[in-house]
Design a protein around this ligand. Sequence first.
Ligand SMILES: C[S@@+](CC[C@H](N)C(=O)[O-])C[C@H]1O[C@@H](n2cnc3c(N)ncnc32)[C@H](O)[C@@H]1O
Length: 398
Amino acid sequence: MGIGSTAAELHAGLVEELRKSGRITTPEVADAFAAVPRHLFVPGIPLKEAYRDDAVFTKRAPDGTPLSSVSAPWLVATMLERLDAAPGDRVLEIGSGGYNAALLSRIVGEKGEVTSLDIDPEVIDRAESALRSAGVDEVRLLTGDGTLAVPDGGPYDRTVVTVQATSIALAWLEQLTADGRLVVPLRLRGLGRLLTFVRAGDHWVGDGWDLCGFVRMRGPAALDPMATTPLGEGVRLRWDGGPPPDADALTTALVGERHEVWTGVTVGVTEGTRPVVDLWLATVLDVFGRLHTTGTAPAGVRALPGGSPATWDGTGLAHLTMRPADPGASRFEYGVVRYGGDASTAVEFAHQLRIWDRDHRDGPGPVLRIFPRGGPECAARVCRLLDRPGPAMVLAWP
Ligand SMILES: C[S@@+](CC[C@H](N)C(=O)[O-])C[C@H]1O[C@@H](n2cnc3c(N)ncnc32)[C@H](O)[C@@H]1O
């Protein structure tokens, strides 16, 4: 093998990359990454791929949908940093694979305890043999539905969910200690974000908001896939709950009257405001989804990369857009395009962008409040009760 291509060298290179990118920030997580060889958890693939900062898909449904993976190292590192587990902690991992459990086992040490739970017995078998080959024998592996946690298994100091959820299972909260912490990737109105929850009196408060995608939850609490509505050639609307859009009316609107409203709100190209603006719009717009376009879309219909936040009614659709705000395109201005009907929804949409700019742009950002019992309180200035089963979830902007 050439220079830089042995497992040890590739392993050290990955750890260094994660440190440099700021994904690994603490010595505890760095030590765990340095101690656990990832290639033992993804047998059968070239070493270079095992040490690439990418997810390795280990099981797919017949239609190609990923069912299980060994998560991307950058995401595993981010989750471990957010989890903040310490030696002696009892940790529950929901969604197995072996790698993250081995890292956790190193962090909590001999006095700690790691339980890793997966709905799929094949995943548990694979995790078991990988952990054995890595010489990690302290992890407790269980097969079962993670939304029930481990009946009578708590209390846990830390729970990390490594599969995408759209709601918080009561069992995750009930089984945590008083100063317990829950890390979970959630899909909120179609936006994938990693949230970290801690107790705040009678409820839980989550923040963090790292962008992330994940394998979807299976079993009794399986997620509905995101709905996609094609709007003619090269255009589709993706939405997550709520009444379906009138596809015929919106397809016609896209080739009809077009209005633009510009906000005067400008952002630097490196400011990275899009994720937070997307969350703001998901909070304030009653009807919310994302518009995606390809090169075959009708002339003038062009969504932003990753999809433009959009809202619609029976006669038309409005979406977020941007244009250069200076000749060098170092700043961009947010605006709204409306197709069809009257322009008043675009005016209201643009007004909401100005409110974000005025009241929240420099603020602390949103929190997600979970109320396990009783009615939620909407004491914040702006909030939205998310329509999900289970404990009430309120997206709130202080
Ligand atoms: C991204 S993988 C987990 C990655 C893993 N933590 C690692 O070490 O990289 C997600 C796992 O969640 C599992 N899963 C899906 N739905 C589940 C459920 N309801 N309860 C428990 N596990 C579930 C899948 O079978 C899959 O193996």
